[in-house]
Design a protein around this ligand. Structure first.
Ligand code: SAM
Ligand code: SF4
Length: 442
């Protein structure tokens, strides 16, 4: 709470350096990447700040059919190279638990031949020829009952994400009309308790900065994290901190009273990192490219790229424009994954496409224990290099391959020096990947 008030440049600089050091110690130089996939903008709620709210008569509504979901995933997995998604749903009877569970299965079942030379896209240099597939599906959807969450768990969900939006109850009640489902503050607040009871042990918390005082929201988030840790022995897997963005025909987003400016935002993110060293922190393409460059090093572990949030937006790849009336809000950064990966590599970071932890049962308490002891870092380092090699060979442009290979050379040297006992096994996986084997991991 005290650090949230620091404004003097010297202690602030020290806090930022410490946040960066904590991130490096726990997560090394890795950044995990993912793409959001919006499946439906039908919504019965009326959140004042959201373009999908039911009273927004200018929103053009659509819910993706099975075939349309497949087409989106074919682009994401076969053309861009994503392995990890956050799938997003409005709250509506048509996109209830049955739709969510069946679309998750559809997504995980798509195996698509990696296409080379996609005309008119930045990825016209593909060299691969294998199969693309989504390997981890996180979900951002409305709070559910324990019975519904069990169905979600059985469908193979990764992280279950629900943002509280604001922890300040009077503000929450003003922004979410009482007669709507989302009007219940407590139903939302306790949804992660229900998720844990249903067996989902990777949960993602978040607030939407700009609805109320940011300092209050950070304290709310941290107390929520502490409560989960106290009650279930395990804190949140991730924390997200979206800032309110302009949305089509949504006057509330124009001049919000509690708008969080860039400098304050950086301080809030820094304090979150210092307070929860073992929680993943997600920075999204809501923020523009320059700000992302400044905020990622403050301790973020995940970011999206090649992002499209219009319903059906990925299958429309040649249409570069954002479509306000089909989107929830407007994005600040629409750069391609190839561009973002290259920039990260030039700054010395490795983009990890690893999804092994989850598939090997390294979730929940197990992953927290491994992170605390430093052991998860070892698996992650090996898997980051192998999956990065795979992505470079299948999807990257020549410039990105060149930047990426410099990072890989340094990583291999570090693995040799720090983990001699696994070096031989690692190199055997690395060489197999080079010659075309896929999806190898420790
Ligand atoms: N309908 C579900 C819900 O509200 O929890 C899940 C999907 S909702 C589309 C995902 C998140 O988008 C919300 O939790 C909210 O934080 C965020 N959001 C809504 N309007 C936004 C805006 N104008 N700018 C930035 N983020 C926004
Ligand atoms: Fe619906 Fe979620 Fe948007 Fe609220 S934030 S209107 S619940 S999609």
């Amino acid at each position: 709470a005290c650090l949230l008030h620091v404004e003097d440049p010297a202690p602030l600089a020290e806090m930022r350096q410490t946040a960066a050091a904590v991130k490096l110690k726990v997560y090394d130089n890795r950044i995990v990447t993912f793409a959001p996939l919006y499946l439906s903008n039908l919504c019965v709620n009326d959140c004042l700040y959201c373009g999908f709210r039911c009273s927004n008569t200018e929103e053009s509504r659509h819910i993706l059919s099975h075939d349309e979901v497949v087409r989106e995933v074919e682009v994401l997995a076969g053309q861009i190279g994503h392995k990890r998604l956050i799938v997003v749903y409005g709250e509506h009877p048509q996109s209830g638990i049955d739709y969510i569970a069946s679309t998750l299965r559809t997504i995980m079942d798509v195996k698509v031949k990696i296409r080379r030379g996609w005309e008119g896209t930045p990825n016209a240099t593909h060299r691969g020829g294998g199969t693309g597939q989504i390997r981890r599906c996180n979900v951002n959807a409305a709070p559910m009952s324990i019975a519904e969450l069990r169905v979600l768990n059985d469908a193979g969900i990764g992280t279950f994400q629900v943002f509280q939006e604001t922890y300040h109850r009077p503000t929450y009640e003003t922004l979410h009309p009482r007669h709507t489902i989302k009007g219940s503050y407590l139903w939302r607040l306790y949804c992660m308790h229900r998720a844990m009871e249903a067996g989902i042990d990777d949960v993602g918390l978040g607030v939407l900065f700009g609805l109320y005082d940011g300092k209050f929201e950070v304290m709310g988030l941290l107390y929520h994290a502490l409560e989960l840790e106290k009650r279930f022995g395990i804190g949140p897997h991730t924390i997200s901190f979206p800032r309110l963005e302009p949305a089509h025909n949504t006057p509330f987003t124009q001049n919000p009273q509690y708008r969080v400016d860039d400098e304050t935002f950086k301080r809030l993110v820094t304090v979150i990192r210092l307070a929860v060293p073992y929680t993943g922190m997600i920075l999204t393409a809501r923020e523009n490219a320059q700000l992302r460059r400044e905020i990622l090093p403050l301790g973020c572990t995940q970011t999206d790229a090649s992002t499209r949030i219009g319903i059906g937006g990925y299958a429309d790849l040649l249409d570069e424009a954002q479509h306000g009336e089909r989107q929830q809000f407007l994005l600040g950064d629409t750069r391609s994954l190839d561009d973002v990966v290259r920039e990260l590599a030039e700054a010395g970071s490795i983009t990890s496409f690893c999804t092994a932890g989850y598939r090997c049962g390294r979730t929940g308490q197990k992953i927290m224990g491994l992170l605390r002891s430093g052991q998860e870092g070892q698996f992650c380092k090996l898997n980051a290099v192998i999956t990065f090699r795979e992505w470079l060979d299948d999807f990257a442009s020549p410039a990105t391959i060149a930047a990426g290979e410099k990072v890989i050379a340094k990583e291999i040297a570090q693995i040799k020096a720090r983990m001699p006992e696994v070096f031989e096994a690692f190199m055997s996986y690395y060489e197999k990947t080079r010659t075309g084997e896929r999806d190898l991991y420790f």
